[in-house]
Design a protein around this ligand. Structure first.
Ligand code: PEP
Length: 255
């Protein structure tokens, strides 16, 4: 059975004080959530304070990125050990904004996934096509390249300790959402790729989130799809009530 995993990616939003406040609101809002795994990803700067707020609650802590080296001359970066020390559970890796603006490649995604897993944290591996790629018929080849790259060298057991976020780049932060059918088709394709790599059992056990303008109004339809196992949420995660409006339809969905 697959877990529904719903994570809020706060991106470069909220001061530390604002993050603490929002985290407390999310903890209160999610206190009766039983079956959905809920996570929030504040900025690096706010992680330590937010860790104190979520401690003992059913809200998990996520980081927005990581570096694959342990330490050293990597100005501006944060290592997996540092995240682990604070109590991070999930690390978002390969977000399209990292790929587009900061030179993330399938090879660096793979290094980050391995490092995060070596410390017992769970990577949320982001994949997804641009509008040009979709329009020019490259959806499947892009997803194949990204999945093969991210999982290069990972065993089936390693793969079981991953989450994927399928995020069509054209839907992120744009207000445009993939239709339920478009999203389901892409998710089924990704699960098929995992089955080719690791067999059906592993493929059926990995949670695949949808990301791209997910909000309370469209969450139920997306989450009801057979291969959609949660969401990675940007804008709608910046308010506790809209985040809860996405989490609630995921309760008691067995996949
Ligand atoms: C994201 O940042 O991963 C995302 C899906 O953002 P939004 O929900 O704002 O489209």
């Amino acid at each position: 059975m697959r877990k529904i995993v719903i994570a809020g990616n706060w991106k470069m939003n909220k001061t530390v004080a604002e993050s603490v406040k929002l985290a407390a609101e999310v903890v209160a809002a999610a206190k009766d959530i039983k079956t959905v795994t809920v996570a929030i990803a504040p900025t690096y700067l706010a992680l330590a304070k937010v860790a104190e707020v979520v401690a003992g609650s059913n809200v998990k802590l996520a980081a927005q990125d990581v570096h694959w080296e342990n330490q050293g001359a990597f100005t501006g970066k944060v290592s997996a050990d540092m995240l682990k020390e604070i109590g991070v559970d999930f690390v978002i890796i390969g977000h399209s904004e990292q790929r587009t603006y900061f030179g993330e490649t399938d090879a660096t995604v793979n290094k980050k996934v391995r490092k995060v897993q070596s410390l017992g944290m769970t990577p949320i591996i982001c994949i997804g096509e641009t509008l040009d790629e979709r329009k020019s018929g490259q959806l499947e080849s892009v997803l194949t390249r990204q999945v093969n790259g991210a999982y290069d060298g990972l065993s089936g057991d390693d793969a079981l300790r991953t989450v994927i976020a399928y995020e069509p780049v054209w839907a992120i932060g744009t207000g445009v959402t993939a239709s339920d059918d478009e999203a389901q088709q892409a998710h089924a394709f990704v699960r098929g790729l995992l089955a080719t790599l690791y067999g059906d059992h592993v493929a059926q056990s990995i949670s695949i989130q949808y990301g791209g303008s997910m909000k309370p109004e469209n969450a139920a339809g997306l989450l009801a799809q057979a291969d959609i196992d949660g969401g990675l949420i940007g804008g709608a995660a910046l308010k506790a009530d809209s985040f809860l409006g996405i989490i609630t339809p995921g309760e008691s969905l067995n996949k």
